[in-house]
Design a protein around this ligand. Sequence first.
Ligand SMILES: [Zn+2]
Ligand SMILES: [Zn+2]
Ligand SMILES: [Zn+2]
Ligand SMILES: [Zn+2]
Ligand SMILES: [Zn+2]
Ligand SMILES: [Zn+2]
Length: 1884
Amino acid sequence: MNGTDKLKRFLFELPSQSNFKFGKDVRQQIRKALFLAVSNEGEYLNWLFPNAFPNNRDYNVDSMIDKVENEYEWLFANYYKVNLKRRDPKYDTHNHHAFHANSPCARIFRKGEPIYRCLTCGFDDTCALCSHCYQPEYHQGHKVHITICQRENGGVCDCGDPEAWVKDYFCPYAVKDDESLNTRNTKMPSDLEDSFLRTIQILLDYVIDVMSQSDAQFEDPDEASQAQVELKKITGSLNPNKYGLENIDDINNEKYYLMVYNDQIRQYRDAVQRIHLASRKVKNFAVMVTEKVQNYGMAKVISSNDIDLLLERQKILSATGLASCIRSHRDVFREDMCDEILNWIYTLTESEMFKTNNSAKNLFCSAFCGKWNSGLLVASSREYHYKVGSLDPTSKIPKINCNKKASSHWFFHPSKWNLPDDICQECDYNLTEDDYDISKSHLGSRLQYLIYLDVRFWKSIRILLHDLYSTSLITNLCYKNIISCQYVDIYPTIADMFLTMDREPELNIMCTLSTQLFTCPSNSTSIVQHGDVSRIFASIYGFLTVEEIRSPEEIEITHEISMKSLKNRRWGQIFFDIGYILSRSRDSKSILTNNIIPMACDILALFQGRPVMKREKKNHVEYESPDYTAFFHAISVIYQFGEYIAHCLCNLTDDDLRKSLSKNAINYVIGFLLRLEKNDYPGLIDDSVDVNLSNEKGISKEPIGGNIIQHFRIDEEKVSFLHPIHSFLSWLIELSEFKSPSELAEVLESSKNTACSNQRMDLANPLTSIFDYPIRTIVLMSQIKSGFWVRNGFSVRSQLQLYRSTGLRESGYMRDLFLTQVFINSNSPNLVCFLLFSRWLLMDGWINDASDQEELIYDSKTLPYMLEECMNFFIHTLTEDLYLRGLKDEVVNRIRIKTEIIHNLCFGAMNYTKMCSQIPDHITSEKRFDIILTEMTNFVPPKGASDIGVYHLKEEYLDEINPYYFNYTTNIKDDAIKFVKERTRKRIRKPISEIVIEPKLRDPEELGNFKYIGNFSASTYFSDFLIKTLMYIRKEGTEAESLLETALHLIHICAFENTIDMAQYGSFYDRFVNVSDNHHTSIAVLLYEFLCNEEFKNHHSKIRYILKVFEDKYHTLNKILGEQVTSFDQFKVDLCTNEVGDENEYEKKKRIAHERQAKLLAKFKKRQSNFLKKNNFETVDGSDIEMEDYDEEFGWRFPEPHCLLCQNAAEESPFGIMTYVTKSSEFRTVPFDDKYWFVKSFSDGANLDKYEDANTEAKSDKWKSYMHKVKESNVIGPGFSNQDHVDSKLVSVSCGHGMHFSCYMNFINSRSNQIQITRNTPENIEHKEFICPLCKAINNSFVPILWTSNNRSLGKFLTPSSGNVFENLSPKFLHDKEWYEGFTKSCKSDVEKLSILSPIEKEAIFSDSESDSLRQQNFKSSLRKMFQILSCLTFPQLFKPDGTFILANTIKSLEISLRGICSKDQLLISQLSNKSLINLRSLSEFRNSSVLMKMNNWLQAPNPGNEVYSKSLAVLLSLSGPMMNTSIMESDFLETLVSTLPIPSAGFSFNAILNTCLIGHIIQSLNIIVKELVNHDQYRSSEFSILDIPVIEGIDSKTIKAVKTIFKKLKLVHDNAGDEDQFQNDEIFAQVFYSMLVKTTTPFLRRAAIYSFVQCANYENVQISYPDVFLEADRLSMFLNVKLISEYLNLFVSQEKCYESSIFNNFVSYLKISTRSSPDQFTIKELEYPGIVKLTELPDRLDFFFTKYYYSDKYNNPHMSIEDPAICLFCGEVVDIQKSAIGCNEGQCTTHYLKECANDVGIFLLPKDRGLLLLHKNGGSFYNAPFLDQHGELPGESKKPKTLYLMKARYDDFMRNVWLQHNVPNIIVRNLESVMDMGGWDTL
Ligand SMILES: [Zn+2]
Ligand SMILES: [Zn+2]
Ligand SMILES: [Zn+2]
Ligand SMILES: [Zn+2]
Ligand SMILES: [Zn+2]
Ligand SMILES: [Zn+2]
């Protein structure tokens, strides 16, 4: 028995052998069987797992099977995992998946990945490259367009597909070969080929066997019965003979499942409820089942052997429409098997063998394309009628019903496809015509079955199959043609399922197959040639007319359309498919000659003249049918359909062929239109088409030429906007490229004649009646714009809007204008004008002096608008000539985009989104739009954190503005006129009134056969119209000035007479000077009259220009005027502009005043926007409290006691501010074990008060290459993941707002009562949190403000005291009573002196009253409150609220947040915001005062006074004598400094304390550095050495020497071996060592400076700027009056005995002793992180996350395990936001930041959502990510997916102002507050 027979039996018997229980073990059994079958019983397992069995070792079959079974559990995934560990992922960027030698890449674009489209290299816009195949260097200077894929499957990479590219480019993966892969391109052994092919065939057959019987889910549950369920079981039985077995039944147990299926319509909640009811199990079960349905696609609800019970439950389940069915256990088991089998096949196609072996790929396709070999038992002989989605009783694929013979142009003649014979033979396909017989079902290929049965598969398999088709089938170069043919064969039935039955339309197979197959030109060409276009057309035509898919022969032509079908949006897909086929086909001739144009006209006709409307004259329409939206939504694909067909003309290179084809086409279309006009078309209904269907049509006769036109009144009869057949005709005419007007006229004329002779046409003027429609539509548009249709309500306006300003514009309005131009160009001016003015209703009647109101069609309000519209129409006719010039498609497109950009950007710079909102979508969505925009503009990128980028139009394009641009509204037109004139004025310095906008004229030769579009101006009707208009203006006076402007511009254009056929029709000049019989005046005379009228002064120049044009040309104008005008004054005409001179004084003043006003306005606007910015929560710049000015006299002030709650200034209760005490984790220490972070720690500049990039310290090459390598191999980060080196410390944050203590207590109590009622609140009451009523900041503490103002002198504070009191301090003083008393006395008086308590408080404290005053009680209780909160936060440790650790931490934290910000040559104390100062000074005074109170026994404590003194003394003692050594080992000297109260009168000045603490800090740092360097040998040797750490420049040699000595001394202590260190004598090493020390000491000095400034606000006479001192540390030392670091170092090793050297030497000897006794104790203190503290580094482009990490196998394909990634910006870890962590209910994000990460708030980047997620305690919120698109804007929800670039300024701003300033909780709280009213935060 061979392996494949074994496989068959296995498949047959597995259900019964497993007892119908499907589990994990069954899945593994299946995989084992499949692997064995495909590898010829294990023989070729080494081909499938190449790296597991290297060539150089021998494996026998059994050992290979063993290994795959035991190590990989028959899973490729496990094999990859093992492989991955073996590879070094850091240096191996790509793997075999990217290579695609000799075949297309076919990599699927996944969500978030970039799609590169090179418009230069690609065949068309759809050809795309993946990030591997796109190599920028090979596309330099090309037009490249990048989008970000928004779908999970966004198509595949076309690299390597010869049809996709017109230009060669280089792809490294198409050619390069990875030698390490041993299977690449080796020939497969023939028995492996055999087993491979046979296995796939058997498996596919089996899957089809099972699925062909799985259709019960589509049946109506109401009709389900026991008999039916049992019948299904029988038909599902397999034929044992086919499966290599005999005398055996396909056994079943008597049990059934009730199954439920997914759909995209119903709600999740509804499903849960239904399943809950049907299963009668617990809710959690229902949720679980629903989850499975949603993710997997189907699920079992219950199981039973009682079919009736199941039927009853099914009714409950399906009551709201959920799909369900009852199916036997065996058959469900088999479906589960199919799931495992298909998953296995998919992983096989992703395997190395498949990816690297083209013959495996071909065999695979061959298996799919071959016929299905059915293994079913039952084939009934029931009668069959086609039913959507079903197979016929013999399980063949049915055809759409066809019982008729073709009777019209709708037909399909079956024929064989043009395919290579060998492939057809191999697949047993296309050998005869039988399979295409339109009336018979056929046995399809496996692929056809899989496609046909696609809707029956569950969601996860559908997705998987489609991916598999994309990557492995339809991109195969040998098989893609046959696959396309097989797909097209069954296309109508697939379309039927898609349109009418698919519950998951977004997952439909068409979306994958059609685009990929039909965009391929060879496929499209063969489809056109094979005639299948008719079948596709018939499908959609049948659907749109009679709501069912039809075969061509069954089509009944009609104009009736089904509204129900029309509203089903899905059918657009069919037109996309048609569009691809028509536009990609290389056989244009077939398209233009077959039955395609007649069928297309039938399809277009369905939309012709619809929807119809009629003007309401009397009544206001309240309700209108919304049906019109269905038409307008549909019409754009319909237009495009027409355009594609017409475009085939462009592909014909043979001129004569094109002429004859286009002539035929135009012929047919004109005949078709005339049939409609004659009511000679089936299904025309009067109500639904804008054609007059009556037999008697009224006619009007034009008086001069005697031309006849139809009588028609737009205001009284039916009209419509949409005429797709007309648009189609217009494209045909445009693309025919006729050479002369007469040629065009001839074609039109002969078309008319053929049509008339064929159809005995008796229409009055057939051609005119066709061109009538576009004219009517344009007039209709103008009437609606002018408010003439107001009674018709809203829909009329929206139709206008859609027609004129959206994507329909190009196919609707622009086509109508084009056809009008064609008409004007080819007909007599009198006919043209008569028709035009009749339609405009401006023929006559309107100028009469309103004596007869009835005759006026337009009322006096509407009339001027209509006149304006009409004149604009003539202007546009003459100037909008884009489509008249016979330009190539691409050029037209380019000009269109250019023109829009110019006309929208000309008024000033704009950001991208705003500009796009002004330009129609169809223009901005052009792939070339951005490229052209870049060419035409200067882009100013954003600089600051809240900037966005703006585009400035380049100066040269400003000259191209045409103020009469057709897309301008009247207002914008006026602005544009002003703008252009203003620009000219600046150039030629003339007054505005003298400036004339000259028409831009085109050389008529450029217009080719459209060179006579100006003909109309030679008509008397036209000149009469102008005369009437001018008379009207004269009558209305200056009211009608803008009308005059337009009229003059129109006359001006006409005056050039360059587009009139003068030989035939005469000149415009004749009409200009001609005195009208009706009006007894001429245009010339009227213009002269305006010239004499000072009211119209502003237009005089324009008039003179016009007159000059004529006079220059004819030299008779003045003479004629002299005759026509009595007392003609030629001077008025000639008045040369120069003589008027420069702008007069008045105008100049006016201009200056205007400019001044504009400036004021701008200033106001700026202030306004600043205000808005400030009040926007996104920009938390921390200064919502205005910086208060220093008051010279009183010093710095605490916040005034303005209570937010009671608004009272004064009250008995103390006033205080709210603060938030919270843990924060920006405190880091240097992780010496982490190579990268060690280097990084010391690589930031020594000057922390400079910008990061101002760091000038030289970096060695090794340093650079190391950093580069780390960045390259880490897409994100590396994050600071050393949790042991992160400290969370309590810090205080304050918004600075305040209230009374009693008000505060009331507020908290009421708030917590209130919160018990509502459910969800942002603050946590248990943690005593509350929200500032003013700014909504979160708070949990109250700090009383008992102080007036801080005017302590900093100068005094920093003054050094004489002598060193610490030198002699010794513990024995404690017992010296006299000394101690002196000490307490000085202490008491110094503390009192320090106090700045307000007088009331002072009085309260010093009063001797026995009982507690109210003040005292309040103060105490506020202390108690604080203590409670602190205990909450620090439990089990307890801290006293008046302790100094919060103050010290807050100072540290503030210092960290200021690192890397330039202090502009001042010390950092100038950088402190007032808000920080309020916070710190309140804390500091609180502490000062509580000491004072204790000394005065105001606060209860056992002997409080003494406690103060002994404590102070204890701290001082720790800084002296032997205690100092332990302090150096353990203490944080900044904390010591802050906690030590200076007692200057006892000699313990601040300066003395600081000096000692600094020495302690320096020695401490030296010791840690030396110890760590000694312990970390690796810094010497690997990729970089310690010598590569950047050093400070210009260290003097003396210091170097001292440093060396210090290092030697300390090293000896730590390194007992004492071998001579190769570095310790190195010059550079000493520099490094010194630099490290300076960098660790600088933060200490900065903090000390902050502390001193917090204490003393008055910095008079203190130098705070040291511009000449290079090192910040030195500047701070000078400011603080201590020695420089280098000086200390020199003193440490100085020969002379001094205080510094004694401390150092004592410490060294102390170390020697203690290391010997207990060497392990040196782990206590760590080195604080000296550099700039940041969040994780982010990639420069967001999509790098996806390409380089998320979808990369280098990291073992994170996308397989993480569905929705979230990057922790603190540690760089990537977690899944959707999934909850194992064992908890919270999501992984929450778990991560709460439990895994060292951070105290959660800050995550969500790459798929392109945003940040902030989490804190019980809430979360989204925040803008610091990424901007290439236009410098944030990615909006609705915007096109763009590449996003990291905006450093934004990220820095976020890190400083949000993270480091502890604003994350505030942002969350504010967001929650703002959405609370809307129902809470449930977006996650
Ligand atoms: Zn690719
Ligand atoms: Zn490639
Ligand atoms: Zn290119
Ligand atoms: Zn109050
Ligand atoms: Zn506040
Ligand atoms: Zn983390």
